[in-house]
Design a protein around this ligand. Sequence first.
Ligand SMILES: Nc1ncnc2c1ncn2[C@@H]1O[C@H](COP(=O)(O)OP(=O)(O)OP(=O)(O)O)[C@@H](O)[C@H]1O
Length: 286
Amino acid sequence: MQNYISSIVSGISITDAIDVCIVAFIIYKVLGFIRESRAEQLVKGLLVLVLATLASDQFHLYTLNWILKGTMTLGVLALVIVFQPELRRGLEYVGRSKLVKAPFGQFDKEKAKNITAQFIRAVDDFSANKVGALIILERETSLTDIAETGTILNAEISTELLGNIFYEGAPLHDGAVIVRGDKIYAAGCVLPLTQNKNLSKELGTRHRAGIGITENSDAITLIVSEETGIISIAVDGKLSRFLDIKTVEKTLLNLFLNATGDEKNVAVKSLAAIFNMLGRKNDAAK
Ligand SMILES: Nc1ncnc2c1ncn2[C@@H]1O[C@H](COP(=O)(O)OP(=O)(O)OP(=O)(O)O)[C@@H](O)[C@H]1O
């Protein structure tokens, strides 16, 4: 027995080990992705279909087997169409992974503080005066296609400009502002709405659009409610509401200071964890 095991072990080369590790990692990631997306139920359904096809073949139920095989062929095509957003998200996820990450610039401390201050003054003012605002901070996933639904500005970030954009009645006040680096890149942009059916009914389309973009990208959304003045932030499809201005300031400063690479991922992951905690406490979005 010992000889048998040692002969197997000695037959495993380093390439085999790497091969197994890579496949295990891919399976782990795919399972994680399936759990996060709408695909979980579908994968269960597919498994039942595959098992039924195998069973019908085994028990020579030819007509049933023929129908099931036909359903599976059509099913693959239907899958690609129905799960186009998830597939896109998955590919974007691969594109954002460390292996193929593009280098991005980082703000120095002064600049990060200055940009944060501009946002904070605007957001504080919006909240106090109940001016609705929807601001998307682009990270590694390009939002060029979303920006193109609005008006490209490519302007310096300033409290005054943000105030002008979201001023009720101003031509660009409807829709979202996209922030790219240290610029207000576009305004009046149309975002995809979230597919999450568990959100509170009191959240309207501004919040749903703000959450939706974070499900399709790694962007971070800042929302001020026109109705209540409540400030919220959405990350990774999760919304944290009732944020005070200090929390928003810390969040933005962290984000702008760590605007690149791994540090940024760590910063955003820890923000997501904080928001999850706050979200549970407030029980706001559900
Ligand atoms: N898909 C979208 N993309 C970008 N902005 C959107 C989108 N849908 C709605 N909005 C913005 O949200 C506004 C409507 O907000 P609505 O009152 O429905 O949402 P809400 O979540 O209840 O927000 P509030 O609390 O501010 O009222 C629109 O005037 C528009 O500016």
